[in-house]
Design a protein. Structure first.
Length: 337
């Protein structure tokens, strides 16, 4: 089953009310909550989402072969980027917000100028669909993961493929740079997460523990932890230094297609395969909030200030924005390993 990560949901209840409920304890079902905004414009289902670094814009890729840029404040589509000849599986904005990278079923990665809406470079080299793209923190490199089982690193300035990382036995569904840009994480249906040294291209660790395909991977803001979501219905947290699985978050059925860290690293959002998005308290490993977001949720993304969550569904052509309830001070550790 094809997929890519990137985003889904969350809702706004009165902050005061939520604060009391969260402190009181068990998980809160907030299905009655409404999204703050719904963006419409794509002519086919939305496959991926990403916020700009300043949080003022949102990029979305679709099965309609286009990328749209949205004004978060107004909900208006400001630009439509056209050039891919097949589904857009992944989008990422550069750290300065001036460029967009996109990966497509057409086997290419495209780089786009946000100001003009024009494609500046088409990166060719993958031999199958590109399922994931990510910018390095310095904006000089783009990583892409493909159904051809490889990760490729590209020089943004020259468009040259500087490295091809091989080791996964199946497709590469997701790629994510560490905050310092020295390491790259990748997830695969071969049930593993691999960590790569960006400069040397060497596979420094292979994280094993999932019992089914690994879809999303994401680094925590401090770079010390990697979160991975799987078709085995779990999210695993991994200590980057030791490669050890430090927590397994259970309860998200039937699978996990997207994970996103809040900017403060205290909350993890997950989505996949059902109508809900889950918010997890990272310190305790407990699910603190469940929201009914779409009829089927595939991806989620936090805004840079952590106050907004964007969600999307392969069964819909819309993007929803939700007000994120504040995380409460964590209690005693209670992760399930």
């Amino acid at each position: 089953m094809r997929a890519h990560v990137l985003l889904s949901w969350v809702a706004g209840l009165t902050l005061a009310m939520l604060g009391v409920t969260l402190l009181a304890g068990p998980r809160l079902l907030a299905g009655e909550l409404k999204p703050r905004a719904i963006f419409k414009g794509h002519t086919h289902v939305v496959r991926c989402l990403a916020f700009s670094p300043d949080g003022k814009s949102l990029a979305s890729g679709s099965q309609d072969k286009t990328i749209r840029l949205w004004d978060v404040a107004t909900g208006k589509s400001t630009t439509t980027l056209k050039g891919h000849t097949a589904i857009v599986w992944s989008v990422a904005l550069s750290p300065d917000g001036k460029a967009v990278a996109s990966g497509s079923e057409d086997k290419t990665v495209k780089l786009w100028d946000v100001a003009t809406g024009k494609s500046t470079t088409t990166l060719k080299g993958h031999t199958d669909e590109v399922w994931s793209v990510a910018y390095s923190p310095d904006g000089k490199t783009v990583a892409s993961g493909s159904r051809d089982k490889t990760v490729k690193l590209w020089d943004v300035k020259t468009g040259m493929n500087t490295a091809t990382l091989r080791g996964h036995r199946e497709s590469v569904c997701s790629v994510a740079f560490s905050p310092d840009g020295k390491t790259l994480a990748s997830g695969s249906p071969d049930w593993t997460v691999r960590l790569w040294h960006v400069t040397s291209g060497k596979n420094t660790a292979t994280l094993k523990g999932h019992t089914h395909s690994v879809r999303p991977v994401a680094y925590s803001p401090d770079g010390k932890t990697v979160a991975s979501g799987s078709m085995d219905k779990t999210i695993k947290l991994w200590d980057v230094a030791s490669g050890q699985n430090t927590a397994t978050l259970k309860g998200h059925a039937p699978f996990v297609f997207s994970v996103a860290w809040s900017p403060d690293g205290r909350t993890l959002a997950s989505a996949g395969g059902n109508e809900t998005v889950a918010l997890w308290d990272v310190a305790t490993g407990k699910e603190r909030l469940t929201l009914n977001a779409h009829d089927y949720v595939w991806f989620v993304a936090f805004s840079p200030d952590g106050k907004t969550l964007a969600s999307g569904s392969p069964n819909e052509r819309t993007i929803k924005l939700w007000d994120v309830p504040p995380a409460e001070r964590a209690g005693p550790a209670g992760r399930e390993k």
